[in-house]
Design a protein around this ligand. Structure first.
Ligand code: NAD
Length: 361
């Protein structure tokens, strides 16, 4: 019997600030892949400030329906100073929190990649970071950020006390473990689980479960590292890592630390996945209102987010690699947007960078 072709649907959310400019460049790449036979379609919807303007809500039902029905979502960025005085529930960032919650996006994937051509952009020595390619898998919906009880209360003696609770259920650890092991299988098959098992029982359980899960992924080499050592190793010898998996609070800190190894925020994509592999893909940076509308933004983080979308939600490794290689090629040609510019290179605009990636593709 002939296999039925299934068209994949992408929701495109340009958002605010530089969002529409950078997403437009990614959509040009998508159109090219479509013309070359990729079976996808896409639909636009507003999120954040743009959605507030149109629907008086940062994540309106119209956008919610399109996102719920899509197989994957590509987002630019949300936010801007003009929305900072709105009532909290209407602010653009609430739209982002709402979509993450609505789609149960518990697994955050943040690569830290440093193309050899950009080694000088890092504050670390080029030989320590050149060619860096690590992936941090962070649990996003549990841990001390969400654990109950929490709050600030007053003790009998009148002194105030703040409480947060670190907790993880076995099922929560297993589902993020699955994402991490599978990501490691798609890469160099090395997974480092970061915890503080010597002090915290929550992460003692984390370590036990990761070790147990390794039996189902025998091709992946699993190691464990305490978070304080991981923080040191990330700046001392970051290239020792392939995939790192960790809980919400450790991941929050380590992923920001790792992103700075690469020097430019305009280069870093990210993904947030749910249990069925549906994901929200977006650059790690914000809406950069200071350069919005000027055709100056670096679109590469968004284009690389599209590559992640194809890899993790559509399981299309060849298409993902095709995009990543095209990005590598334009950097090798010496083309740079202003944020990654250095003397001797050719400064290009956001749309010119899009042109170049399209040609390289
Ligand atoms: P930002 O990441 O938007 O900008 C920080 C600096 O990096 C700015 O100088 C900006 O010009 C530059 N920059 C960012 N992306 C760039 C790119 N692609 N190319 C070139 N330069 C780039 O962070 P911010 O200034 O703290 O926040 C601005 C707005 O973005 C705020 O409203 C904030 O709430 C929002 N924000 C949104 C997200 C998101 O949508 N996921 C994330 C962070 C911040």
């Amino acid at each position: 019997m002939k296999e039925k072709k299934m068209t994949k649907h992408i929701a495109i959310l340009p958002g605010d600030g530089i969002g529409p400019e950078i997403v437009a460049q990614a959509v040009r790449i998508l159109d090219k892949l479509k013309a070359d036979g990729l079976d996808i379609d896409y639909q636009y919807a507003p999120l954040g400030g743009a959605a507030y303007e149109e629907y008086h809500h940062p994540y309106p039902p119209y956008t919610q329906e399109i996102c719920q029905q899509a197989d994957a979502i590509l987002l630019g960025a949300v936010g801007g100073p003009q929305y900072d005085t709105l009532e909290r529930s209407l602010r653009p960032e609430r739209g982002l929190l709402a979509i993450r919650k609505d789609l149960n996006l518990f697994g955050n994937l943040r690569p830290a990649i440093l193309y050899p051509e950009l080694a000088n952009a890092s504050t670390l020595k080029p030989e320590v970071v050149s060619g860096l390619d690590i992936l941090i898998v962070r649990e996003l919906t549990g841990d001390v950020y969400f654990g109950e009880p929490r709050g600030i209360h007053t003790l009998a003696n009148g002194e105030r006390e703040g409480i947060n609770t670190m907790r993880y259920k076995e099922s929560e650890i297993r589902r993020i473990g699955k994402i991490a092991f599978e990501a490691a299988q798609k890469r160099n098959k090395k997974l480092c689980s970061v915890d503080k098992a010597n002090v915290l029982e929550t992460t003692e359980l984390w370590r036990e479960i990761m070790t147990d899960m390794n039996k189902d992924y025998p091709d992946v080499s699993l190691t464990h590292m305490y978070v304080d050592n991981a923080a040191m190793q990330l700046v001392k010898a970051p290239k020792q890592f392939d995939v790192i998996v960790t809980g919400n609070i450790f991941g929050d800190i380590l992923s920001d630390q790792a992103s700075m190894l690469s020097g430019s925020i305009g280069m870093l994509p990210s993904a947030s996945l749910n249990e069925s592999g549906k994901g929200l893909y977006e650059p790690s940076h914000g809406s950069a209102p200071d350069i919005a509308g000027k055709d100056l933004a670096n679109p590469l983080a968004t284009i690389l987010s599209l590559a992640m979308l194809l890899r993790y939600s559509f399981n299309n490794e060849p298409a993902a690699q095709r995009i990543e290689q095209a990005v590598g090629q334009v950097l090798a040609q010496g083309l740079r947007t202003q944020d990654i510019y250095e003397v001797g290179c050719q400064k290009v605009s956001c749309s010119q960078m899009g042109d170049a990636v399209l040609i390289a593709l």
